[in-house]
Design a protein around this ligand. Structure first.
Ligand code: GTP
Ligand code: MG
Length: 239
């Protein structure tokens, strides 16, 4: 794909699966059950985007939109130290935003264009997780239409930012290990766990033994099929 740049995940195997890393001008979704590594990957990428190009970064900054309150500065500190970045500056290069409900989450994204205009060093926007507020506020089938409409608008706004500013967007989505049990929820619809027909790359994460995790790309004709194993260590995401 032309003119895109890549951010390393910290695992060569996972980078290989992604065709070199997380891509700019694209939205990448990490989905999987609790503890599958979605939030850890978000932390790692908000650090790795800061690396210089020759080390797999973009010499850039990150926006981290936290909807679940699971962001930890100590993790940023440990991960940045582990790859030779100065922890204080690594923390300063992350715009942390806590979204308290879905309206707030959408308002934050509305305002991002202005922030990115002022600080073009921003090369990564993370929303962890994209769905939690929407699920809580618009539960069940009776709210399906309005939830889907709002979520779609939100997702398309994020895709537009990625394309306009040549940055990477990462979203996460918690889905149960057995999505077929949750057919009432369109975000875990039959045949997958689909966040509707929004362009992007979808990566399914699964727990494996100990600190090992399995990643698999879903529905991406231009990327190789198959699974890879990576690890979540004290230092962060590794092979
Ligand atoms: P949900 O948000 O609950 O859906 O889960 P998630 O997919 O975001 O999982 P998350 O990334 O939070 O955690 C994955 C795993 O990372 C955990 O089960 C821990 O094993 C590991 N982990 C989290 N924090 C640390 C840490 O500080 N050190 C180490 N070594 N591992 C950690
Ligand atoms: Mg999480």
């Amino acid at each position: 794909r032309i003119n895109t740049k890549k951010i390393t995940t910290g695992s060569q195997a996972l980078d290989g699966l992604l065709g070199g890393g997380i891509e700019t001008r694209t939205m990448t979704e990490f989905f999987g059950e609790f503890g599958s590594g979605k939030t850890q990957l978000c932390h790692q990428l908000s650090v790795n985007v800061q690396l210089p190009l020759e080390k797999g970064g973009l010499g850039g900054k990150a926006v981290y939109i936290d909807t679940e309150g699971t962001f930890r500065w100590e993790r940023i500190e440990a991960m940045s130290k582990a790859i030779g970045l100065e922890p204080d500056s690594a923390m300063n290069n992350i715009y942390y935003m806590r979204a308290i409900n879905s309206d707030h989450q959408m308002a934050i994204v509305d305002d991002l264009q202005e922030l990115i205009g002022k600080d073009p060093a921003i090369k990564l926007v993370i929303v962890d997780s994209i769905t939690s507020h929407f699920r809580a506020e618009f539960p069940g089938r009776e709210n399906l239409a309005v939830r889907q409409q709002k979520l779609n608008k939100h997702l398309h706004q994020l895709v537009r930012l990625a394309e306009m500013y040549d940055l990477a967007v990462i979203i996460t989505n918690q889905v149960m290990a057995r999505p077929d049990m949750f057919y009432g929820d369109p975000t875990v619809a039959v045949g997958g766990h689909t966040l509707y027909h929004v362009p992007g790359i979808r990566v399914q994460l699964k727990k494996s033994r100990g600190n090992k995790r399995i990643a698999r790309i879903v529905d991406a004709p231009h990327l190789p099929e198959g699974e890879v194993v990576f690890a979540i260590t004290e230092e962060g995401v590794r092979d």
